[in-house]
Ligand binder design. Sequence first.
Ligand SMILES: [Zn+2]
Ligand SMILES: [Zn+2]
Length: 255
Amino acid sequence: MLIDSHAHLEMPEFKRDLEIVIQRAKGSGVEYIFTVGTEKEDWKRALEVAHSYPSVYAILGVHPHNAKEIDDQTYPMLKELCRNGKVKAYGEIGLDFFRNLSPRDIQLKRFREQIGLAKELGLPIVVHDREAHQETMEMLKSEKAEECGGIIHCFSGDNEMAKVCMDMGFYISIPGSITFKNAERFREIVKKIPLEFLLVETDAPFLTPEPFRGKRNEPSYVRYTAQKVAEIKNVSFEKVAEITTENALRVYRLK
Ligand SMILES: [Zn+2]
Ligand SMILES: [Zn+2]
């Protein structure tokens, strides 16, 4: 059994064949999929998908790309939607200083506010950090994010950062890029992170692992990521599947 801890099934890339994609995931041993609605237009669709399929749960929040779109109605609406039992975390929230689609000062302000909102809602957070490691860690510390805990998704930091995250009770989620030929440094980092803190994810439709790199990603491919983690840690695929599943069930409080 595997869990895809982070995907975007509400995105238009899955409009045509969602049912088949979810079935294929089941067939590959993916028991649960967590779909992340990142902006207003996607929240209701993510919930709709979660309600249509017993194996799908939702995560809602405002992505750093969309931070500039937050207005007076955003948080009240999210509070209402997040009360739904199918919502298991708040996110993805954080900082993206690579694409900078929202101004940095606004990203910081909205990240801070949303950590507070997640705590109020009693939900763990899913953190997006791209090229903003230091600022992300400073924010998690200053806002006492250990009180809600959660996941650093698509982890791209080093072992020092991983240690601080783990000390704060955060899990570290590994995407398909770990399978890429040029990801040797990333594999060395993951090798040293204890399995007890790892999750696996697709971030589908993005970040497709080898051997499908270049095509649309989908939850069934999460097993290639788990397989690579097993390989670099020199443990069985079954063990990686078992421990990462337990971790996901714990952080999303499904057991
Ligand atoms: Zn992300
Ligand atoms: Zn994502």
